[in-house]
Unconditional design. Sequence first.
Length: 613
Amino acid sequence: MQRLMQHGQLSKWLVVVGAVVLATLCGRLIDVRHVAGDIKGDEATYIAMASSLANDGDLRWRPEDYRRFKAVYERGPSGIFLKRSYHFSLHNPSPVPADESLSFGKALIYPAAAAPFVVVGGLGGMLIFNGLLLAGCIWCGALFAAAVTGRLTGWLLAFAFVMASVVPVFGAWLTSEVFNFSLVFFAYFLWLYKKVASAEPRRWLTSPATTLIAALLIGLAAFSKGTNAALIAPLVVDALIGRRIREGLLVAVVFVASTAGLFGLNALITGEANYQGAQQTTDRRSFYDAYPFDEQGTRFDTTGHAMVTNDADTGRVLASDALEQVPINVLYFFVGRHAGLIPFYFPGVVIAAGWLLHPRRVRVWQVATALAVAGSVAALIVFFPDSWNGGGGPPGNRYFLSLYPPLLFLAWTGIGLPTAVLALAGGVAFTGAMVLHPFAASAATWKNVERAPLRWLPIEITLLNDLPVRLNQLRGPILFVREPTVLLYYMDGHTYSAEGDGLWIAGQATAEIVVRTEHVLKRMDIIFSAPIENTVEGRLDGRPFSVTLKAGQESRVQIGSLEGERYHQSYAYVLHMTTSNGFVPAEREPGSKDTRNLGVFVRPRFVYEDEPR
């Protein structure tokens, strides 16, 4: 009987492996350039690294790597991070000539894991790999949740947790985001499943060794993204509180050894332990228009942008003005339109809120988990005051992605089906359209927030230059007044390009504009005009106004007592306008080819507290 069971288990594993290989082979059918769209985020670096490993068996940037990349994308690797290589030495590392080869300036672990899938499935194999990781997370989450609350509710809750959030959108990114998310997810599942499983035939999942495997996975995740390091603390605390001193020490040793070992491996490969560091401040660079080993003979030393430790807002960390914006950043962190936890990670917020409302069912390891996540969030807000969303205009909060998995494991005993339905329905309302079209949602991230209910939430002014709108040059920042400087950010598609001293907003539509001024505004005077009767309802900096227009006439409003919000050395004000009527010039004016849906023409005048010369 035991042999039959072992044979059955082996057969299941063979089926799983066969299915994975077959799915990966399907990656050959994916035209990555047309399906995944243009290069986004750090894709250029990770694609080049995985391709180098799959095709050359190394992690060096050479002429063949450039040619390989261009053959797929018909352009250079925009945004790639490259470093000068050094021969490994503990004392005096000597540089490898930059015209021979360069190293990559990103963590090697995701490309190393994805490389076998690239060998089998080409670049499409990376997309398959991301999809398999997400499927694995749903399966593990369902096993845990079902043990806590029942089979139907557990599966629904796990599915909602992953698929009714922004997580699947990052599955369309050929970057490490989903990989880091999965490492943490699998780690917490391996650590905690045995705490909720009853008589379970999967003995290997309930053995003490799974905690050490979890520590290893968190160590890998911490190497890939340093903000994950605090997630090891609950494992150590749980062991110490349970008086399992040896286990706690082993967990810490495995975590440190795995993280340090990967930094050591990076040192052997590149000559520098830190993939974001460099021997000299100019030894790590990013490239956007010209690339080493391209057709123009671009040299590493003469182009690119020096980017050592590029993830920190180093100039503002712990500065007084940065600390002053912590309260508003906390608000934005939870309810922000572009990066808030509630809209983009709604199922996890539902679980965490329900857990807080059931204190009698709280377990010690859950408290430690919640504190670790809260501490990591606090670190993001304090140490990344201007880019805690991950920078670069991502969909949702990219940095929180790998901090999200622990929230599932706050599920309390007896959690009901209504909670799972709420998590699914609420998450779908916020991110459903994005999940259904992940490639489109990734390619034009500024469009995701134009639909309700996301557009009802506040704009994160403290992230103004790292919001998705910055990725569209027609949206912002638009230089509207040169001196004193006034910049405009069009937060939706209902504002047309500036014309002279004003701009048109669409008819029968609502337009939002962030007005960024060099000096504090005393008031704003706005002159409205239109060739048709119209009504404009609006507010500026929360101050409401209303204008009724007669055809061909002007109407002026003055909005004073403005406060605005400080953004670096400038001030930001949100202008919200809704028009009741519209027209198409081509339908009214003979010979006109203007097919825009126009509402009113808006001419703002800026009056400052201290009128500048």
